[in-house]
Design a protein around this ligand. Structure first.
Ligand SMILES: C[S@@+](CC[C@H](N)C(=O)[O-])C[C@H]1O[C@@H](n2cnc3c(N)ncnc32)[C@H](O)[C@@H]1O
Length: 310
């Protein structure tokens, strides 16, 4: 019989034998510097083994250390070894467990959606501030999230700000929207988060006060920099956007400028790649010369969120 302690040690040992595969704490594509670079490799192998074992045993991660002598049943041991092996081949932990924590909430994820990244929490944080300013000024802002994937952004906003009456969330991928539907059900938001399929802002039925978007921003020029667990497993529709990663965000900004989708004094919030600030600032200034532009850095110190106040 194998104990929890032994299972963890075996799992870590197996994962440490593999070449680096992890996209832990990386931005969307894994390209560019990331906070994970500051931590030793075995930190992530250990975390992965813990997450997989707690998934198999249906317990919190902290419980593993409370009961290190607990014995696994043969079926649990087999399940855990199979997951460790798939992880060693590169499959992301979130796809193996079917879950990812984002902004303190649990999200269902599978290979139909990008795994929500910690960096994107900055976009949620910024959007919440903007929404609360608008609420304090007496309005009930309408929010739309474009390219919603698992629905992580609008669901985090809706849960954390109950005064938002309803939010729109669009995606071109019906597969992604199927996962977003499950997440809306999980968080009891079927009525408040309205999922719409289509290209960028095309499906929106009315003008909005706040527009958020974490669209694909990895360049096909950057493919060589991607770690295997990103390139081999995550949907390419959610990752790539032209040679330098800017095609979709630029088209989004131009579509917005040409449309009537923004109410007066609306705010647009975009997650961007760490090298995209300059080019996107130029695009914004050309489209909206009178708008105010702010860029916020993520915890690793890289430009990550672009805010445009109309
Ligand atoms: C980087 S993922 C972000 C997912 C989610 N917002 C998040 O932060 O985890 C980008 C999403 O944009 C969607 N997408 C790609 N092209 C699109 C388009 N032309 N119109 C709408 N959504 C699009 C993809 O299907 C994917 O779900």
């Amino acid at each position: 019989m194998t104990t929890v302690q032994q299972a963890l040690a075996q799992g870590i040992q197996r994962l440490t034998q593999t070449p680096p595969i992890s996209a832990q704490d990386q931005n969307q594509g894994g390209a560019g510097p990331r906070p994970g670079d500051l931590l030793p490799r075995d930190h992530f192998d250990s975390l992965d083994a813990q997450l997989l074992l707690s998934h198999v045993l249906h317990v919190e991660r902290s419980t593993l250390y409370g009961y290190p002598e607990r014995e696994l049943t043969p079926a649990q041991e087999q399940h855990y070894q199979a997951l460790i092996e798939r992880r060693a081949q590169g499959e992301p932990v979130a796809y193996l467990t079917g879950h990812k924590e984002f902004y303190g909430l649990d999200f269902i994820v599978d290979r139909r959606v990008l795994i929500p990244r910690p960096e994107t929490e900055l976009l949620v944080e910024t959007a919440l501030l903007v929404c609360r300013q608008k609420i304090a000024a007496g309005s009930a802002p309408i929010v739309a999230d474009i390219g919603t994937g698992s629905g992580a952004i609008p669901i985090a906003l809706a849960v954390n700000e109950p005064r938002l009456p309803y939010l729109y969330a669009t995606d071109i991928s019906s597969d992604a929207l199927a996962v977003a539907t499950l997440n809306c059900q999980r968080h009891h938001l079927e009525q408040r988060v309205r999922l719409l399929q289509g290209d960028l802002i095309a499906p929106l039925p009315e003008p909005v006060d706040v527009l958020t978007a974490n669209l694909p921003y990895v360049g096909t020029n950057e493919i060589a920099l991607l770690t295997p667990d990103v390139y081999d497993y995550e949907p390419h529709l959610a990752l790539f956007s032209g040679p330098d990663g800017l095609d979709l965000i630029e088209r989004f900004l131009k579509d917005v400028a040409r449309s009537n989708v923004l109410k007066a004094e609306a705010v647009v919030l975009l997650e961007i790649g760490f090298q995209q600030r300059e080019r996107l600032s130029q695009v914004v200034q050309t489209l909206w010369p009178r708008a105010r532009l702010d860029v916020y850095k993520d915890y690793a110190g890289w430009d990550r969120v672009l805010q445009v106040n109309m």
